[in-house]
Write a protein that binds this ligand. Structure first.
Ligand SMILES: Cc1ncc(COP(=O)(O)O)c(C=O)c1O
Length: 385
């Protein structure tokens, strides 16, 4: 009899179970070791922790099962995972990327990979015509964030996978805002999924981690070898923190999303708010497309204040929502993309995209929705007039 196909909720709650052959510990032990004995000169399954570590293996197997990929390679941060993805390409190759994306992804291309001859173009990946026009004979990778950071733009994953493949390129999706509990890019034709596991996967604002998952076994093996060669791997204790966090991923997302939906409606009706960006609102331009390719709107909301210059007053008036970068954790955090997460974008690019001084990005946490709304209402009162 074949094993039953489990729901994502069951996969995450059992992540790491059954990994202790010695004592049957339910929680994966932290194998805090660099090296492993190999009597008789024969190397065993594990020989050196940069190559492999049982705690990390447990997390990669869980993540691959959740995502449906050939395997998952874990890195010390989301940026290290993105760097590993870019290391799959070579001098002269061209990458097309979503123009509204995490500032660190922009920075690593412009400040690092450009110097090694990787070329790039940022486009609006919602627009298939614009993406097709940006592809060149050298384009090898299309890198997409959907929903994007910070404007929550929705790009069509399946159509972009087809387009990339027609041009002999691969599609990578940064799925940090959704996780496989909500959106599974590999099932929609993507070749790679990349994560800042620091965010929803780990979920507690206490660990940096990254993951890269490939559709094909050969590519996964190549990524694993790359991680071992370049060395930016996830430490055993950090892997354990992500494992522990992942067990509550589904239930956290349910609650954070429910909170976010209430808050988005509240913000959309408030006179001090000029615009709300949230895929869960029917007025969001990507609402219908997002519903086709994801099973929930997520818990990230961006909004623009009517009085752009009052953003600092607004942030200072908040008591429960913490002004801090990062996202996806239990505590609600608010960020000012113009001066923080996206400051490395050239100013004209920020303005052209709509990353303006009045824009704020809210990561909705697990507090009670009423308390969050009261906090936001109070701070908005400060910037009404
Ligand atoms: C969408 C997205 N991708 C990647 C990263 C980079 O991840 P890390 O901070 O874990 O290096 C971030 C960080 O904020 C992010 O928001």
């Amino acid at each position: 009899m074949s094993a039953p196909k489990l729901h994502r909720e069951s996969i995450v709650s059992h992540v790491g179970v059954g990994q202790d052959p010695m004592y049957g510990a339910v929680s994966t032990p932290i194998y805090q070791t660099v090296t492993y004995q190999h009597p008789g000169g024969e190397l065993g399954r594990y020989d050196y922790t940069r190559t492999e570590n049982p705690t990390r293996t447990s997390l990669s197997e869980g993540l691959a099962a959740l995502e449906g990929g050939a395997g998952a390679t874990l890195f010390a941060s989301g940026m290290a995972a993105i760097v590993a993805l870019l290391h799959l390409f070579k001098q002269g190759d061209h990458v097309v990327l979503t123009n509204d994306l995490y500032g660190g992804t922009y920075r690593v291309l412009v400040d690092v990979f450009q110097h090694f001859g990787l070329r790039y173009t940022f486009v609006d990946t919602r627009d298939l015509g614009a993406v097709a026009a940006a592809m060149t004979p050298e384009t090898r990778l299309l890198f997409v964030e959907t929903p994007s950071n910070p404007l929550l733009m929705i790009s069509p994953i399946r159509a972009l996978a087809d387009l990339a493949h027609q041009h002999g390129a691969r599609l990578a999706v940064d799925n940090t805002f959704m996780t496989a509990v909500r959106q599974r890019p590999l099932e929609l034709g993507a070749d790679y999924v990349v994560y800042s596991a620091t965010k929803y996967l780990a979920g507690h604002n206490d660990v940096l981690a990254g993951a890269l998952i490939a559709q094909s076994r050969d590519e996964q093996a190549r990524i694993h070898a790359l991680a071992n060669t370049t060395g930016g791997v996830l430490a055993p204790f950090d892997a354990w923190l992500v494992l522990r966090g992942m067990k509550t991923l589904a239930v956290r997302l349910d609650r954070q999303e429910a909170n976010a939906q209430h808050i988005a409606v509240f913000l959309a009706e408030h006179s001090a708010v000029a615009r709300v960006f949230y895929p869960g609102l029917a007025t969001h331009p990507g609402h219908a497309l997002h519903r086709q390719q994801a099973s929930g709107p997520g818990a990230m909301i961006s909004f623009q204040l009517q009085h752009e210059d009052r953003y600092a007053d607004f942030m200072n008036a908040l008591r429960l929502v913490l002004p801090a970068v990062s996202l996806g954790g239990t505590e609600s955090l608010i960020t000012h993309p113009f001066s923080e997460t996206h400051r490395e974008f050239p100013e004209e690019m920020r303005w052209a995209l709509g990353i303006r001084p009045g824009l704020l990005r809210l990561s909705v946490g697990l507090e009670h929705a009423d308390d969050l709304i009261e906090d936001l209402a109070n701070a908005l009162d400060h910037v009404k007039g």
